[in-house]
Design a binder for this molecule. Structure first.
Ligand SMILES: Nc1ncnc2c1ncn2[C@@H]1O[C@H](COP(=O)(O)O)[C@@H](OP(=O)(O)O)[C@H]1O
Ligand SMILES: [Mg+2]
Ligand SMILES: [Mg+2]
Ligand SMILES: [Mg+2]
Length: 355
């Protein structure tokens, strides 16, 4: 008997692998075709290209599913040279395993079809039916800085995350490697780096080497049992504008955490704590108006929970992915092993003055 969501999982993992190949090609280029979006955040040819490849694979396999993806093609329609640069990448990126590439439906017809595909990620989301959510490059600022980033994909059914996959080309492949955002002295050498995290609801979480073809053998991952807070390592954003770093330092001190926080871009944080490299992930609001995006958290939320963790916002509520493209009813994120989550939450609430 095949297990629930086995086909969705396979396609999600392969789609993330293929998109990751494209992002790696851009990562190693000095010019990444960066454009500034309306909210002044950056997007690169890697983000657009990865989104096109993932949506194309999803539409081939699950034509009736809705898709909520981060990027849209308006800018590319207005500026053909950028479109052409992306098309060149998309046209020449494929998995090196013919059967696996076949499962994703092969390539895209032409540059205009690519733009239409990118724009198919415009669903409003919501709590009804099957909705995929895509962050083609999460941590674009880290990607541009030469740091960590992630290619993220999740399937929601009636607002609940059922399948999640996160490709982290720059994390150590070894689950037992120490927690660090560092990618080593030689950023052009991929040796020992590249991991694909995944989970299906009720079936646990897995990591495997991020390959360029067929999927590698997976291994089960779980959070580290945390018995002594003084040994805990916690991670947070590199960007001070994404998470309040002075409040997190106060929280860590009150919890008795002695280690410096590890600052890491993207959902690589969720993957890192899920495999026990780190223990706690704090994301503390920097403004009252910012709404977290569902594509920034869906896959990570499931992977951490399936690895034995608990994920809530600062009010202690589970993240609610069924209210649209954003987590409009949540504020911040606290991810920690189940056994200590309530302890962490109460200190967060004390420091932030949350009732
Ligand atoms: N003011 C803000 N508060 C929290 N998150 C923000 C933010 N502004 C942007 N972000 C989100 O932070 C994500 C990166 O998270 P992190 O800091 O953990 O690396 C960005 O994803 P993208 O890089 O996909 O745009 C973006 O969606
Ligand atoms: Mg972005
Ligand atoms: Mg993101
Ligand atoms: Mg992104």
């Amino acid at each position: 008997m095949t297990s629930l969501y086995s086909r969705e999982l396979e396609i999600a993992q392969l789609a993330v692998q293929r998109a990751s190949i494209l992002t790696k090609r851009v990562f190693h280029e000095t010019s990444k075709g960066t454009v500034s979006k309306d909210d002044a955040s950056p997007v690169t040819i890697g983000d657009f290209g990865a989104q096109a490849l993932i949506i194309s694979a999803l539409k081939h396999n699950f034509p009736h599913d809705e898709i909520v993806a981060e990027e849209e093609a308006t800018e590319l329609r207005a500026y053909p040279p950028l479109r052409d640069q992306i098309w060149e990448l998309v046209r020449t990126t494929s998995l090196d395993d013919v059967a696996a590439e076949g499962l994703l439906g092969g390539g895209i017809k032409d540059a205009d079809a690519m733009l239409d595909i990118i724009d198919q990620g415009n669903s409003k989301g919501g709590k009804v039916g099957r909705v995929w959510t895509i962050d083609p490059i999460d941590g674009t600022k880290g990607f541009l800085r030469g740091g960590q980033y992630a290619v993220c994909l999740a399937l929601l059914q009636d607002g609940d995350v059922k399948v999640g996959a996160i490709g982290c080309p720059n994390l150590p492949v070894d689950d037992a490697a120490p927690l660090t955002a560092d990618i080593g002295a030689n950023a052009t050498d991929d040796e020992g780096r590249g991991v694909l995290f995944s989970a299906v609801i009720g079936q646990g979480a897995t990591s495997r080497p991020l390959k360029a073809g067929a999927l590698a053998e997976g291994r089960s991952i779980s959070m580290k049992p945390l018995t002594d807070m003084s040994n805990a390592s916690f991670c947070e954003s590199v960007e001070a504008g994404h998470s309040n770093q002075s409040e997190s330092a106060q929280i860590a001190q009150k919890l008795g955490i002695t280690k410096q926080s590890v600052r890491m871009d993207s959902q690589a944080k969720y993957g890192s704590i899920a495999r026990g490299a780190g223990d706690i992930y704090l994301r503390l609001p920097t403004s009252k108006t910012y709404q977290e995006k569902i594509w920034d958290h869906a896959a990570g939320d499931l992977i951490v929970r399936e690895a034995g963790g608990e994920v809530t916002d600062i009010k202690g509520n589970r993240l609610n992915f069924g209210v649209g493209r954003t987590l409009a009813t949540n504020s911040g994120v606290i991810a920690a092993p189940k056994a200590v989550h309530s302890q962490v939450l109460s200190v967060v609430q004390e420091v932030l003055g949350v009732k």
